[in-house]
Design a protein around this ligand. Structure first.
Ligand SMILES: [Zn+2]
Length: 412
C-alpha cells in the first residue's frame, strides 16, 4: 500500500516536473510571448560551397525543409521603420537577415549595431544601391561591394562585422557580377519570392503576396524591406499567418573557424529534391505484370456493387434509394441527369447560308496570290435584314477589301 502511494506521488511529481520542464522549454522559445512563432533553428552555411542562393535567379537555394522560411530585409538600417521592424521581430523572437546599404549604415551606426546586438544576421547590399550592377564595369562593381562592406563594418564597430552575404541591388545580376562576388568569397543572395513591398500597394496586399507565393513554393527566402511603412504594417500579420499555417522561421549564419557548417546533402540545396524531379517525369511506369492468356476474369454484374436482394443490378432511382446504406453509400439522387430534353433542331431552310461567291479567291496562274472578294448578295428576309443595313458596297470599298486580302495573303 505504501509502495502504491509512493508510486502515485512519484508519478504526480514526475508529471509536474514534465509540465515544468516543457513550460520552461516553451518559455525559452520566446519569454513572455507564448503565441510567438519564434525561430525554429539556425543553419550554418559555407559561402565557398554554395556561392549563390535563391531560385528566382539561381539553381540553388538555402537547404530548408518544407514549411521553413528565411526572412530578409533590404535597404536599411533607417529610422524609424527599421526600429519598428526590430521591435516586431523581438516580440516574436524571430531572427532575420538584414542586407544593409553602406552609406545608410554609416549614417545610422547605432541602429546597425542594434540589429547585430539583437542577434540578427547582417549582410551587405552595396555602398549606394545603384540599380545598374548588370551593366557596370567590374571595377565599379568591386568598389560598390567593397565600400559597402567597409562602411557596414565600420558602423558595427569592434563587436563583429557583417557576414559574407551580399544581395545585389535590384537583383540586377550578370555573370560577371556573380563571378566577382563568388571570387571574393561572398554568398550572393537572390530570393525565392518577393512581396512587392517597395511598390505602392497596401500592407494587406503585401501580406497576401507573401503568403500566396510562399504557399506556392512551400519554403524559401522571402525578400522584404525594413525601410517601408507598409512592411511594418504587414509584418505582424505575416508572422501570425506563418504560424497559423505551420511555417517555421530559420536563421542563416556563416560558417567560421569555431562554428562549423551544418551538414547537408547536395539535394537539400534545391527547391525540389532531385529524386522528386526524376520520379515526377511522365511516364513513370517501368515494368508491367502480364497475365497469361485466359487468366483474367471478366467482371460480373455483382462486381458492380449495386445489386438488390435478387441479384439484379439496380437501375432505377427508387431502388438505389432503397438500397442498404451501410453496404453502398449512394447519393439520394443521381448527380448526372438521366434524361435530357433538347428542342428540335430548326429547319435548315430557316438558316441563311453564306453565298459561295463570298469566299471566292482566285489563285490561278494568271493571277498568282490574288484574292477577290465579291459583295454579299442582298438579304431579303429575317432578322439579318435589319442587322445588315449596308450591303451596297461601292467600288472603292471593294478595292480596299481586295487590297487588304492581297496584303494578308502575300507570299514571298
Ligand atoms: Zn535594395
Amino acid at each position: 500500500m505504501l509502495g502504491f502511494r509512493c508510486l502515485q506521488v512519484c508519478l504526480a511529481t514526475a508529471a509536474g516536473l514534465l509540465v515544468l520542464v516543457s513550460g520552461q522549454a516553451f518559455a525559452q522559445v520566446c519569454p513572455g510571448h507564448p503565441d510567438a512563432i519564434g525561430t525554429s533553428r539556425t543553419i550554418v552555411v559555407d559561402p565557398a560551397e554554395h556561392p549563390r542562393v535563391g531560385t528566382m535567379q539561381y539553381e540553388e537555394t538555402l537547404p530548408l525543409r518544407d514549411h521553413e522560411v528565411v526572412l530578409t530585409f533590404d535597404d536599411g538600417p533607417l529610422p524609424p521603420n527599421t526600429e519598428k521592424i526590430l521591435d516586431i521581430l523581438a516580440s516574436q523572437c524571430v531572427k532575420a537577415t538584414f542586407f544593409m546599404i553602406g552609406e545608410v549604415a554609416q549614417a545610422h551606426p547605432d541602429l546597425a549595431k542594434r540589429v547585430r546586438d539583437e542577434g540578427h544576421t547582417i549582410g551587405t547590399h552595396s555602398q549606394t544601391h545603384p540599380l545598374s550592377f548588370q551593366r557596370m564595369p567590374i571595377d565599379q562593381v568591386a568598389k560598390q561591394v567593397d565600400d559597402g562592406i567597409a562602411s557596414v563594418t565600420t558602423a558595427l564597430g569592434d563587436q563583429g562585422g557583417p557576414a559574407p552575404f551580399f544581395r545585389i541591388p535590384g537583383l540586377l545580376r550578370s555573370p560577371a557580377v556573380d563571378d566577382y562576388l563568388a571570387g571574393h568569397h561572398l554568398m550572393t543572395w537572390s530570393a525565392d519570392f518577393l512581396a512587392d513591398d517597395w511598390r505602392h500597394i497596401s500592407s494587406g496586399r503585401v501580406v497576401n503576396l507573401a503568403m500566396t507565393r510562399l504557399e506556392a513554393k512551400g519554403k524559401g527566402i522571402l525578400l522584404l524591406h525594413d525601410i517601408h511603412e507598409r512592411t511594418v504594417a504587414a509584418l505582424p500579420t505575416i508572422l501570425h499567418d506563418l504560424k497559423a499555417r505551420n511555417f517555421h522561421i530559420v536563421q542563416i549564419v556563416p560558417a567560421t573557424a569555431d562554428r562549423p557548417k551544418t551538414p547537408t546533402d547536395p539535394s537539400e540545396w534545391h527547391m525540389r529534391p532531385q529524386a522528386w524531379l526524376a520520379t515526377s517525369r511522365w511516364p513513370a511506369v517501368r515494368s508491367f505484370a502480364f497475365a497469361s492468356e485466359g487468366a483474367t476474369e471478366v467482371a460480373g454484374v455483382a462486381d458492380l456493387g449495386v445489386v438488390n436482394d435478387k441479384g439484379n443490378v439496380i437501375v432505377s432511382d427508387a431502388e438505389i434509394r432503397s438500397a442498404p446504406r451501410q453496404k453502398i453509400p449512394l447519393p439520394s439522387a443521381a448527380p448526372w441527369p438521366r434524361e435530357l430534353s433538347a428542342p428540335a433542331p430548326a429547319s435548315p431552310s430557316q438558316l441563311a447560308a453564306p453565298a459561295e461567291q463570298l469566299f471566292r479567291i482566285g489563285f490561278g496562274p494568271d493571277q498568282p496570290q490574288k484574292a477577290v472578294i465579291s459583295p454579299p448578295p442582298p438579304i431579303s428576309s429575317g432578322r439579318a435584314e435589319s442587322a445588315s443595313p449596308s450591303t451596297d458596297y461601292t467600288t472603292s470599298d471593294r478595292e480596299a477589301m481586295n487590297e487588304l486580302v492581297r496584303d494578308t495573303l502575300a507570299v514571298h
